[in-house]
Design a protein around this ligand. Sequence first.
Ligand code: GMT
Length: 379
Amino acid sequence: MKIGITCYPTFGGSGAVATELGLQLADRGHEIHFISYAQPFRLVHFHEGLFFHEVEVNRYPLFEYPPYSLALAVSMHEITRDHGLDLMHVHYAIPHATAGWIAREMVRDEGGEVKLVTTLHGTDITLVGQDPSYWSITKFSIERSDGLTAVSEYLQRETYDAFRCPECAIRVIPNFIDPAIYQRRPELCQRQALASDDEKIVMHISNFRRVKRIEDVVRVFDRLARTVPARLVFVGDGPERPAAADLARELDREDQVTFLGKLETVAELLSCADLFLLPSEEESFGLVALEAMACGVPVVGSAGSGLSEVVVDGLTGHLHPVGDVEAMAESSVRLLTDPEHWASFSLAGRESAVERFAADRIVPMYERYYEEVLAGGGS
Ligand code: GMT
């Protein structure tokens, strides 16, 4: 198949999933065209069967807000026409599903045919899509997609509820990892640069948005560090970073907290981690928790959203109500002080990640779905 993929190219789960999917599909013999304003961050090397098309956005003085969505639609239309794409697969509804719909209509207007598949990732539905300025266009665009997927059952339910579209047929296709990349390889991780031998490494990786509750990460760490010598390693960056740094200072933990900033690959670092914290308000899936599990890192986080479909509570990690930092700290201490308990969680996490979410199990689900959509099925 010839497939166009559009995603946010910067750091974030949806861009990571879209890029990994493109790479996997190219390896399986498909021709993949990425269409975005920048090279996706995990697409760094030449790869056979894979092409990148940069969307140029003209900055005319009249435009206080350059219309990226329109420029994207034009690129999607041109690339579909010039390369004979069968299907455009967009990740994150806003504005990609809308741009895809415009492009598909332009193709049809010229007598051509291309299908549009939209993958919902989370905040496009649970936060941004419900903002009154975007709600109706998000509903319109997802209803007009030829195929619609969500990364978890939780997100599928949220979409039905939020957009009152029981007639939208949403296929759940979970996120995935490449087990050969995400595996525990401590020899690659330079542990001595992060902590001393007697200290445990507690890690958090995200875009530091409010939904991640990174102050709770600091609060859990503060409690566990009262009994366990440990260091907290933050990877990523975003708007809540100053608040987390201030809180670490207030709690007198500043010297035990390291902010590494944004990194393109995290598998090596995860190999150093003893515990991963993800106390988010909600996660439609929690790709980073899956990456941690695949690297044998137990996860402590919040219950009640899509993370419960990834972390098996009591087996690969512990999930507690949002904001219950006491319970999260208690579970963390148990994991960090009982080596047998930790080893069983580490092993179960790896096994569960590979059995349920390995790329070679999930990517064929997309291929089958594309075939259904091309044959006239889908939403
Ligand atoms: O977590 C974010 O804010 C980034 C966002 C994105 O679109 O990149 O992540 C969402 O998509 C990821 C990939 O499917 C999921 O693993 C995350 O759980 C989801 N984030 C939220 O639901 C908050």
